[in-house]
Design a protein around this ligand. Structure first.
Ligand code: ASP
Length: 290
């Protein structure tokens, strides 16, 4: 019997209700609906969780609808700083990159760090040197088309992420972001921090977070969702909901996607919307923005 495969992706949580009536939510919905079906087909065809997670995060970075990759907006000093991370459950392999300016696809850098170096997290100018030396495609500032200038005065965020369970039971979680809008130069959020924005554990599941990163850092959000599943035997939705409530009680907001080792999906959020799509282990499809 074929083992279940499952996939969940997000394009960030935030005040998406302000886009109602602009056509923007419909556009994103169509992209996510088509995307999730094709990424799921890749999984059914036997592709690894690592490859599928990389492919979908790259697509989410490239489309420009979300605040990651192409859609990233500048910080308060006027330049873009990008963060990304990836983690594979079976061997706790992880790679991440923070505050880099040059890669077209920050997730490729995170994966390169994971697969080809003995480091986990690379930052700043030396990470840009690594990117060049690794031959990872780079772009200049003119490439970025900020997805979100409208309503930027409102608390707003946007990140992309994927959690994938493949036919071999491998689980990979990945996250990529331009950070919070108009962030302070040099500020790094949860997205590149293994355990906060991204985490995956064998026979448990994977998590990718979005929201005001400081709160996800302070609560070690992604790893604690899985710790609750492991130590308390909680259902993945209960665990994800509990950690999100903790974040909200601290004054934070956002959301997360979580997939357990059986293919159960949870995608809670506390904001007016979260771009999201999933196909769980039973084949149920969910696509939504609000
Ligand atoms: N969590 C990201 C950060 O704080 C932003 C987001 O998810 O929108 O950098």
């Amino acid at each position: 019997m074929q083992r279940p495969v499952a996939i969940a992706v997000h394009g960030g949580a935030g005040n998406l209700a302000r886009y109602s009536g602009t056509g923007r939510l419909e556009e994103a919905h169509k992209f996510l609906d088509e995307g999730i079906r094709s990424w799921h087909t890749m999984l059914r065809d036997g592709c690894s969780a690592l490859d599928v997670a990389s492919v979908c995060v790259r697509a989410l970075e490239d489309v420009g609808y979300f605040h990651a990759g192409k859609g990233s907006s500048p910080n308060d000093k006027g330049y873009v700083e990008l963060d990304a991370s990836i983690m594979r459950a079976s061997d706790h392999a992880a790679g991440s990159v923070a505050a880099v300016r040059s890669p077209k696809n920050p997730i490729d850098v995170a994966r390169y760090v994971m697969e080809h170096t003995s480091q986990v997290l690379m930052v700043g100018a030396e990470a840009d040197v690594l990117i060049r030396d690794a031959g990872i495609p780079v772009v200049d500032f003119s490439y970025f088309v900020p997805c979100d200038e409208v309503g930027a005065a409102l608390p707003s965020t946007g990140t992309v992420g994927a959690v994938v369970l493949d036919q071999h039971g491998e689980i990979v979680a990945a996250t990529s972001t331009g950070g919070t809008l108009r962030k302070r130069a040099g500020r790094v959020g949860d997205a590149p921090i293994i355990g906060a924005g991204t985490y995956a554990r064998a026979r448990l599941g994977g998590v990718s977070c979005t929201g005001i990163g400081e709160y996800f850092l302070r609560t070690s959000a992604a790893s604690r969702v899985l710790a609750r599943v492991e130590l308390l035997g909680e259902h993945i939705s209960t665990a994800a909901g509990t950690i999100l409530t903790e974040i909200v009680n601290l004054g934070g907001s956002g959301g997360m996607i979580a997939v357990d080792h059986r293919g159960t999906v949870a995608m809670p959020f506390s904001t007016s919307g979260m771009y999201r799509a999933s196909i769980d282990g039973s084949g149920n499809v969910v696509v939504g923005c609000l």
